[in-house]
Design a protein around this ligand. Structure first.
Ligand code: TEU
Length: 548
């Protein structure tokens, strides 16, 4: 559906394109993507057919974690531009019918944030420190870590401070990198500041907020040790994941969002295995939607995908929220690479570089997956570059990798930079139009990306870009697609077949061509049909039989 500016339900089936600003397009020629680059490419995004842009953090930041270490929420990082440019971008995008979603990172701030600097300066027991989790170490000299919690980036969640006289001091908590101290969500300043930040961006016309690490903010103030591996934890009682108090935070945020004209939405980054605990964040007075990582993590397997789709839809139905469909983002392996591996599921713990990969197979499957996800009921997230079929770049020289996951694992984890390589726009050699000729992008692009540029794909009927453009155009034009219900059709093992109104979507995950169900016409196929049959690892959208 096309969503006019006043449509209050725009978010229920919106196609939201994730912009990792640093790697999108470089307007000022310093090798780093920026707001000028995004503004110059807005027509591309309009032609792609997206409803909204989600910008990963564009705020002032030392970039210790690609901007997820925010020093000032009310300023744009100078490497990306200015606040005036952000305001212009929001307005220009809206003129093209594209809404803007900004990223808010409430779990932590940068260690360069004024609050944390003040806390370090003020010393133990100060009100400034009470906005964070400072704690004495264990043992007579305080040299033992307060708890054995494990950072998402590897290693401990605690770093020891140094007092102004040079002696070792208290420790502070960081679920991510040491440059990202966790905030204390029992502190009223932390609540008030975030509500004010939401207002700051809503006042500038943004249509939504993506909430980073949304299930991690609240900690048990007693800071207990983690439960033993495998031990049962009462729901909501883990020391730092999915605690019940979180729901009060999002109810307060929802009130802020609802106080604005037009529907301003909250989108949660909620990684939780339990579908009901996940859906609890989507009750009518909390977030609007949350990323569906259960689906994203599934291997290329019909039964697994179908089970995940059913789990998703039934959990969302309980709370009346639309589902989201996500194939990737700036944290995970690119789909054409993941689907080209023997184990095509995604999990951080099993992420490995250098696993044998069949990119041609992965690309076929990613094309089929694009048609599957675009046909499912709810909203759709598209990570920049997936519409170009970019592979994960797995041979970045270690010295250029900036993701803290890489260094903190001692180089064992490849990190996430392989999906953050600057986009190829045009031309036959780096920087492929990402930056002016002769400029070196902040991460090197593979030399062989000439055929993957947006320009090379734009007029190629067989390209990934053309497939996405056609799929998104049809998704808007077909009343059966977008929000609503899904009906499974009978299909052989390994084949997914579903109906959305009078549109059918069939996906063949077997190794043999399969007969298509009765239909009145083919709307779109991810691969040429083989004498009316659907080839392996392909998908088709069909007009149901019996409809004009
Ligand atoms: O990610 C949070 C998160 O839990 C994962 O995506 C994370 O990368 C993983 O747990 C590592 O094991 C968000 C952002 O998407 C990510 O880019 C940031 O690094 C992270 O928060 C910290 O702000």
């Amino acid at each position: 559906m096309v969503h006019p500016p006043t449509d209050p339900t725009w978010w229920r089936d919106a196609v939201i394109y994730e912009v990792y600003v640093r790697s999108f397009a470089d307007g000022d020629g310093d090798g780093t993507g920026d707001l000028a680059g995004v503004r110059s490419r807005l027509p591309y995004l309009r032609d792609l057919g997206v409803d909204a842009l989600w910008f990963t953090p564009w705020y002032a930041s030392p970039l210790a974690d690609g901007g997820y270490d925010v020093a000032d929420y009310r300023a744009i990082d100078p490497a990306f531009g200015t606040l005036a440019e952000a305001e212009a971008l929001i307005a220009e995008a809206l003129e093209l019918g594209i809404r803007t979603v900004v990223d808010v990172v409430p779990n932590h701030v940068s260690d360069q944030h004024p609050w944390f600097r003040a806390a370090l300066a003020a010393g133990p027991g100060s009100p400034e420190r009470s906005r964070f989790w400072f704690h004495p170490g264990t043992g007579p000299d305080g040299s033992g870590i307060p708890t054995h919690w494990v950072s998402s980036f590897g290693g401990s969640t605690w770093t020891r401070t140094t007092d102004p006289d040079g002696t070792p001091g208290e420790w502070y908590l960081h679920l991510f990198a040491p440059e990202q101290p966790d905030l204390n969500w029992t502190h009223p300043d932390v609540w008030a500041e975030h509500e004010d930040v939401l207002r700051f961006w809503f006042d500038r016309g943004v249509a939504g907020i993506r909430i980073d690490s949304a299930a991690l903010l609240v900690k048990d103030p007693a800071l207990p040790e983690l439960p033993e591996p495998g031990a049962a934890v009462a729901p909501g009682a883990h020391p730092h994941v999915d605690r019940d108090e979180l729901h009060d935070v999002y109810r307060a945020w929802r009130k802020v969002a609802d106080s604005y004209a037009g529907t301003r939405v909250l989108v949660g980054e909620v990684w939780l295995e339990d579908a009901d605990r996940f859906a609890a964040y989507l009750r009518p007075d909390e977030m609007h939607t949350a990323f569906n990582f259960d689906f994203m993590a599934q291997p290329w397997d019909a039964a697994a995908l179908r089970a995940s789709i059913d789990r998703t839809l039934s959990a969302h139905r309980e709370v009346g929220a639309p589902a989201t469909w996500v194939l990737s983002n700036h944290d995970v392996t690119r789909p054409v690479t993941r689907y080209g591996r023997a184990d095509s599921s995604f999990a951080f713990a099993t992420k490995r570089a250098g696993v044998p990969t069949d990119l041609e197979l992965g690309t076929r499957r990613a094309r089929a997956a694009a048609l599957l996800t675009a046909a499912l009921p709810g909203s759709l997230y598209l990570y920049q570059g997936d519409e170009l079929g970019l592979p994960e770049v797995e041979d970045l020289p270690p010295e250029v990798v900036q993701d803290p996951m890489h260094a903190r694992s001692g180089g064992v984890d490849p990190g996430r930079d392989g999906c953050r390589v600057p986009l190829p726009w045009s031309g036959d050699r780096p920087p492929f139009g990402f930056a002016p000729h002769g400029v070196t992008p902040w991460l090197p692009q593979p030399d062989d990306w000439a055929a993957r540029t947006a320009q090379a794909q734009a007029d190629d009927p067989a390209s990934m870009l053309t497939l996405y453009r056609r799929a998104l155009a049809l998704r808007r034009a077909e009343p059966g697609l977008g929000d609503g219900d899904l009906r499974w059709l009978d299909a052989p093992a390994g084949v997914l077949a579903l109906a959305r109104g009078d549109v059918l979507c069939v996906v063949n995950l077997t190794a043999e061509p399969v007969a298509l169900p009765a239909h009145a016409g083919v709307l779109l196929a991810s691969h040429p049909l083989d004498g009316g049959r659907l080839p392996p690892d392909a998908a088709a959208w069909l007009r149901a039989a019996g409809t004009p």
